[in-house]
Design a binder for this molecule. Structure first.
Ligand code: AMP
Length: 283
């Protein structure tokens, strides 16, 4: 695996491989686990030359402490990427991705950046779009591999790709959420949880599944399902629940009381032992 740290090295790597090959790109913030490696594997299965970036993007953290505490383990990341068959790892510094004279864009994302993660993490999605846009401009991938674990992020990036008119050159490939054997969605943040909290955190996927079941079997109204889910999560050791919400196919929030209900996804975010976890389920 080629390891490149600056734009010159990256550009010469790309020009050395880019003759009639597709480039698959997997952006990450490191502290890699099977969820990330699954994206690398998906790209390799497609036969793409696979470039992974590890860059902890400060501008997408609206909480300084979360940024400082974000786990870092580059030596292990390199080993895991090598084992997964990744072709190239790009590990830039902050100055390389965003030099002092870099002009940040303000993407017209609309309502999607105001709701759910956007509401609780103001500015987060602008930070995500700026870094992904910058990396696309440096790497010129044919495919961008993203995890459904961050469903709203997938939808936001889809919008940015559309706004920047990258289609059809850059194709988005959504990959399933990878979970541990008990069902907890893998996350770099899980490393900060005690064993006990990791067990308790299973309540997230359990409530999502139960809500899906109640909706599919028309067994309950959304407002009841919502309240039961919040209570279950809080009774299972979580300190707080930011949201447990239903959105439609266009990623619009659904009013729990409305009779016109056609939920396509359920998303939740909640905090345990000071660690904020997110998860979702597709209906
Ligand atoms: P991150 O390093 O958290 O920014 O994530 C980088 C990419 O890996 C994003 O596209 C995430 O959605 C994806 N990802 C993170 N965790 C998982 C998971 N458990 N399953 C699938 N994809 C994931």
């Amino acid at each position: 695996m080629e390891i490149v740290e600056n734009i010159n090295e990256l550009t010469s790597y790309i020009s050395s491989v880019k003759t009639n090959v597709n480039i698959g790109f997997v952006p990450t913030m490191g502290a890699l686990h099977e969820g990330h490696l699954n994206l690398i594997k998906a790209s390799k299965l497609n036969g793409d030359i696979t470039i992974c970036s590890v860059f902890v993007n400060k501008i997408q953290f609206n909480n300084e402490e979360d940024f400082i505490k974000y786990p870092k383990n580059i030596d292990q990341d390199i080993e895991l990427l090598q084992q997964a068959g990744c072709d190239c790892l790009f590990i830039p510094t902050q100055e390389i991705v965003f030099p002092l004279d870099y002009v940040f864009e303000n993407f017209e994302l609309g309502n999607i950046e105001e709701i759910l993660e956007g509401f609780y993490r103001p500015g987060h999605f602008q930070g995500v779009c700026n870094v992904v846009n910058r990396l696309i401009n440096l790497i010129h991938p044919n495919k961008l591999y993203l995890g459904i674990k961050d469903l709203q992020q997938c939808k936001v990036i889809e919008k940015m790709i559309h706004l920047e008119k990258y289609e059809p050159t850059v194709e988005l490939v959504y990959c399933d959420t990878i979970r541990n054997e008990k069902g907890l969605a893998l996350s770099s943040r899980n490393k900060r949880l005690s064993k006990d909290a990791q067990e308790k955190a299973l309540i997230l996927i359990e409530t999502l599944k139960s809500a899906k079941d109640q909706i599919s079997n028309k067994r309950n109204q959304l407002y009841n399902i919502h309240q039961l889910a919040i209570d279950a999560i809080l009774n299972n050791g979580f300190e707080s629940v930011d949201y447990f919400e239903f959105v439609d196919q266009d990623f619009q929030l659904i009013d729990h009381q409305s009779t016109e209900q056609n939920p396509a996804f359920i998303l939740t975010a909640a905090t345990i032992e000071g660690v904020r976890l997110i998860d979702n389920i597709i209906l």
